[in-house]
Design a protein around this ligand. Sequence first.
Ligand SMILES: [Zn+2]
Length: 424
Amino acid sequence: MTGHEQLLQAIEARRDELTELTRDLVKIPTTNPPGEYYEDCARYIGERLGKRSFEVKYFRAEGTPGDTDQYPRVNVIARHENSRPGPCVHFNSHIDVVEPGLGWQYDPFAAEVVGNRIYGRGTCDMKGGLAASIIAVECLIENYPELAGSLEISGTADEETGGYGGVAYLAQHGILSAARIDHVIIPEPLNKDRVCLGHRGVWWAEIETHGRMAHGSMPFLGDSAIRHMSAVLEQFERQLYPMLQSKTTAMPVVPDGAKQSTMNINSLHGGLQEGFAGLPSPLVADSCRMIIDRRFLIEEDIAAVKQEVHDILESLKRTRPLFDYKLRDLFEVIPTMTDSNAAVVREVASAIETVLGKPAEMVVSPGTYDQKHFNRIGLMKNCIAYGPGILDLAHQPDEYVDIDDMLDSAKVMALSAYRLLQPD
Ligand SMILES: [Zn+2]
């Protein structure tokens, strides 16, 4: 039996353990917001790995958004030193899940096993991936004491709300840093046969149009902010959307619809404040606000992305009497894509081929995840997402993870780390 067959069999033999570990993690309802039970989940991971020769450290991200004594942002990092010096392979998973919402056939936090699937909030995104990485690393340590370097597992907070109390905080404080970590694998659910190299960029902004209030029976005495906004929307339809459609990318973004620039209108409010009861009073709206969510490509410059919207608003100022607006930045993330020749990419791709018997697909995610913080704050360029689960199931009712997919991913993770940690 060759070295890697032995490793794959050792993981196969842990199928039940992997299932139970995933179920235990899902049963801790780490709903974010508000960020519940982070400490319980971090301690569960830390106590398990602490019993297995890992050095375990906890970090509370004090002062980050949402951090209170009731909802502390607790992160855990567990490190195992192998018998000789060498690089560090780090597996990072977020421990938070989005709220279950409605429409479930299963109890979202019971982690029920039905056939080959575990159902529950966070099974797919991403406690199944976290469990797979833990089993992979434990198997490596038990079976290959001669490996070089070190292995790390982290469970981090708040990814679903931007990662400020999780990876961003740890990178800002030099805890997740290129000085200590060489290769990063984030087991987000991108499918077991895909290596995710990075993600598109994001720009959120609020556009507000201004008007002048008047009685609704005499709108000619006022100036409607809502009609001004409709002129903005018309220009978006005429000019901006066709332009976005024409921008394509060399990034292998999935699904196909995201291989171009896109923009969603997240919300639109005009006139009387939301939440009133009864009939609205007849008023000409003096304000209308819209939040746009522009996703951009690695070929685009964020300044140019902003300029396109700015130019449309300025042109309306010239053509529309009384048009006045405010444009406010809310949030931005620069696109990131790891070099496909990086060792972590090559080894994970080759392990996929060994385990699944087919070539790996290289993809880029339409939305962002914690890779942005590893990359931009931690300056760690050798970072990918690889993990079990179907991306489309994330955040949906009746989310599940397939147990065979978790096992296959655990094998790929173990085999790629094994190859990255070979002594010279
Ligand atoms: Zn996720």
